[in-house]
Design a protein around this ligand. Structure first.
Ligand code: ZN
Length: 228
């Protein structure tokens, strides 16, 4: 589904992925759980493109539901991967960052791995960089939910790829639940940093992308975060 000009949303088994279609650049933001590569390539096919037409994959953070299909997608497309330094290190080991309640974290650390990608295959971005998509896509460090978390914002398109820094799980714009947040203060600051940009579209990792919120709606969330 097109949520902004040239920006497509695909709801995979447990999280959202997005495609920016600006040929010759075709850019995927996050990859869903393992085994979602088929569904993602199917969306690409519906838009008239081959798997090898995928040129870039941006990673918000190294949770398995965001990088699960990264290795498979990369293998088929040879797309350039972009991620933060901490995410790149985790991806190279097929590991997810720590931010879960103790027992759940143990289960994840012990049993759950996703396909790793060698670190030299990943272009590492830094806070404040601009990537050449959607008229200039700002790279914003947004730690909190996980410490390796980044978001991407296009001032030209008004589109924010929030990853898990913001979501609409409960039908409204909010932070990710506290019990799966590594650093609650950082998460609040990151949420404020993103809302300050007044995104017209919030393409979040979980929940329906927010496309029809008002400035008042954003201000309300912003003020709530500032007062907490
Ligand atoms: Zn996450």
């Amino acid at each position: 589904m097109e949520i902004a000009p040239n920006v497509y949303w695909l709801e995979t088994s447990s999280s959202n992925v997005y495609l920016i279609v600006e040929p010759p650049n075709i850019v995927l933001v996050d990859t869903g759980m393992p085994k979602q590569d088929k569904a993602i390539f199917e969306l690409l096919g519906n838009l008239g493109y081959q798997p090898t037409d995928l040129t870039h994959i941006l990673v918000t953070h190294a949770d398995i539901d965001h990088v699960g299909s990264l290795a498979a997608l990369h293998k088929t497309s040879d797309a350039q991967i972009h991620a933060g330094a901490a995410s790149a290190q985790l991806i190279a080991r097929g590991k997810s960052p720590k931010h879960m309640p103790v027992i759940m974290q143990w289960v994840i650390d012990t049993f759950i791995k996703y396909g790793a990608v060698a670190q030299e295959k990943i272009a590492v971005f830094k806070d404040g960089e601009t990537l050449p998509f959607l008229g200039g896509l700002q790279v914003l460090a947004t730690p909190g939910h996980t410490l390796d978390h980044f978001s991407f914002f296009s001032p030209t398109a008004g589109v924010l790829f929030a990853g898990d820094a913001l979501n609409t799980r409960d039908g409204r714009i909010n932070l990710t639940p506290p019990r799966i947040t590594a650093d609650k203060t950082a998460a609040r600051h990151s949420g404020i940093r993103l809302l300050e940009r007044s995104p017209a579209v919030i393409a979040c990792g979980h929940g329906t992308p927010s496309t029809n919120h008002t400035a008042d709606d954003l201000m309300h969330v912003f003020n709530t975060l500032r007062q907490e």
